[in-house]
Design a protein around this ligand. Structure first.
Ligand SMILES: [Zn+2]
Length: 105
């Protein structure tokens, strides 16, 4: 399931905003995967805080492309593209919090 591996790569540099633990593959659960819409849940394995994250208007392929650009920049020793630029992921963490589920109803 390519979406999961893509999300793992997206989250590898991210951490729980409460306890600062890094996420791992057990932290991620795909809730919904459609063309142009990917919704997944992230739960901190350390403090059990549950986050929601939705990638509205972006599909797994777009996500993959963004990550490839990022990795290419890193390989060349350039400043990596900030993941916030791709998904604004930290804003999702901040804004969705426990209320994330309303986005997948
Ligand atoms: Zn945590």
């Amino acid at each position: 399931m390519s979406e999961i591996s893509t999300i793992k790569r997206l989250l590898i540099n991210m951490h729980c905003c409460r306890c600062k633990s890094e996420f791992d593959e057990n932290s991620i659960k795909i809730m919904r995967s459609e063309k142009g819409l990917l919704v997944f849940q992230v739960k901190c394995e350390h403090c059990k805080k549950c986050f929601g994250m939705a990638t509205l208007g972006i599909g797994a392929q777009e996500l993959e492309n963004s990550l490839e650009i990022n990795e290419k920049a890193a390989d060349e020793g350039l400043e990596p593209i900030n993941y916030d630029d791709v998904l604004d992921a930290h804003n999702f963490f901040q804004n969705l919090d426990e209320n994330w589920s309303k986005y997948i109803k």
